[in-house]
Design a protein around this ligand. Structure first.
Ligand code: NDP
Length: 403
């Protein structure tokens, strides 16, 4: 039995709140606040219709720390679940510290004026959370989130050390639009247009964005081009799996997506440098995000599967030499929509946000300070993935990846 306050009312939040309501024995009292209250009300109406549970809704600008503190004091949750945007991470953490409540998010802090995400800003809160006897759990989505839990489960049960790690993220869904992103367009485009970076022999190796690619045959999707990218869990994995010789992140993109993105980049529409337009300052990428389809509207038309997993090579725990394992989840867009009214990219993020929240409010994961997923016991989280709609499979491969 617990009271939770969820911030943000996009696709990820919608899935998380629906799944919380479906687990009313854990989340007995759900409160939802966002900038636009009507979006909270729409989620609450869908939750009521699908589960019979009541969700209380509020309007909040999460960057206003005193207003956040007031709301937390009014609701008195045991956990604040931040499913707004990465820009709001630090103000929400500040409000949690002041009001004395635990914190969870799915994406690490990013300053608005620089497309650069790093854990350093949030790790700097560790001592303050620890002193107050509070816990902050960072990155409880799929990637980051489940990918780190998959890796630590392999380290606990299969591999003594991990030498090489490849994270493979494939969205094989088709939404029927010429160009759309499956989560917040501004954050998504900032991420994919940033230079690629991977971890090799103790240092970061940078390559231009969307230049290094490999073709991979994804189960339940087929052959796709996967591009080397930087992704935030590489930073925490390099820290918490120090023996890693190489860690890389790959994401699939179709040719039409790349063509559209290239044109938008070439004409300056993905820039985050402010420009003046009709006497007003605007940011081209924010304007582009405003005209693109909203991710939460793609659910009904998106067909196909996502396939996200981790391939790890290292020394087997049972002393049988070097082994390679592939652990992954396949999620159907149609099934996700049927269950929660949202497509699979929101589903694969919102379900782990609910599971991470369950770990904290039930005390299965409990510690004082700021923590990444790699620092927690993977077993109870892996069990809930199976029971909550994201079942995973484990396969032994004949050897390390050849790309
Ligand atoms: P959306 O853009 O659909 O939703 C974001 C929500 O946050 C909106 O409801 C928005 O309000 C609200 N919001 C924005 N600014 C504020 C503010 N200042 N105060 C209060 N609310 C605010 O995003 P998604 O649902 O697609 O993504 C949510 C988060 O999940 C993002 O941080 C994203 O990076 C992360 N993510 C993580 C993944 C993972 O696997 N770890 C994968 C996918 C996403 P309004 O409606 O008024 O604009």
């Amino acid at each position: 039995m617990s009271t939770v306050l969820v911030i943000g009312a996009g696709g990820v939040s919608s899935v998380c709140v629906h799944k919380m309501a479906m687990n009313a024995e854990i989340f007995s009292d759900i409160h939802l606040a966002s900038r636009t209250k009507s979006k909270c009300d729409a989620i609450a109406a869908s939750v009521k219709q699908r589960t019979g549970q009541v969700v209380q809704t509020y309007s909040i600008d999460a960057e206003e720390v005193p207003a956040m503190v007031n709301l937390i004091r009014q609701v008195q949750p045991s956990l604040v679940v931040n499913l707004a945007l990465p820009y709001q991470d630090l103000p929400i953490m500040d409000a949690c510290l002041e009001a004395g409540v635990n914190y969870l998010d799915t994406a690490n802090y990013e300053p608005k004026d620089e497309a650069k995400f790093e854990y350093k800003w949030q790790w700097a809160y560790h001592d303050r959370f620890k002193e107050k006897g509070l816990m902050a759990l960072l990155g409880s989505g799929f990637d980051p989130g489940v990918t780190s839990v998959f890796t630590m489960w392999l380290k606990k049960h299969k591999l003594k050390t991990i030498r090489q790690l490849d994270i493979l993220d494939c969205n094989g869904g088709d939404h029927g639009q010429h160009f759309a992103t499956n989560f917040n367009p501004e954050i998504n485009i900032r991420e994919v247009t940033a230079p690629a970076r991977h971890w090799e022999n103790g240092e970061w190796v940078e390559t231009p964005a969307m230049q290094v690619k490999t073709e991979f045959d994804f189960e339940a999707v087929g052959k796709k081009n996967a591009y080397l990218m930087y992704h935030e869990e590489l930073e925490s994995l390099a820290k918490f799996v120090p023996e890693l010789e190489r860690a890389r992140f790959w994401m699939t993109f179709g040719d039409a997506y790349i063509t559209h993105l290239t044109v938008l980049q070439n004409v300056g529409m993905t820039s985050i440098e402010p420009i003046r337009y009709q006497g007003k300052e605007i940011i081209p990428l924010q304007f582009l995000a405003a005209v693109l389809p909203k991710p939460e509207t793609l659910g009904e038309t998106t067909k196909g599967n996502t396939n996200i997993g981790v391939i790890a090579t290292g020394e087997a725990l049972d002393g049988s030499g070097e082994k390679t394992f592939y652990i992954k989840n396949i999620c159907s867009h149609e099934a996700a929509y049927e269950e929660t009214g949202n497509q699979a990219v929101s589903y694969t993020t919102g379900v782990p946000a609910m599971i991470g929240s369950a770990m904290l409010v039930t005390g299965k994961w409990a510690s004082d300070g700021v923590f990444n997923m790699e620092q927690m016991d993977p077993d109870p989280f892996m069990d809930m993935l199976n029971s909550e709609g994201l079942p995973w499979t484990l396969e032994e491969l004949s050897g390390p990846v050849d790309f």
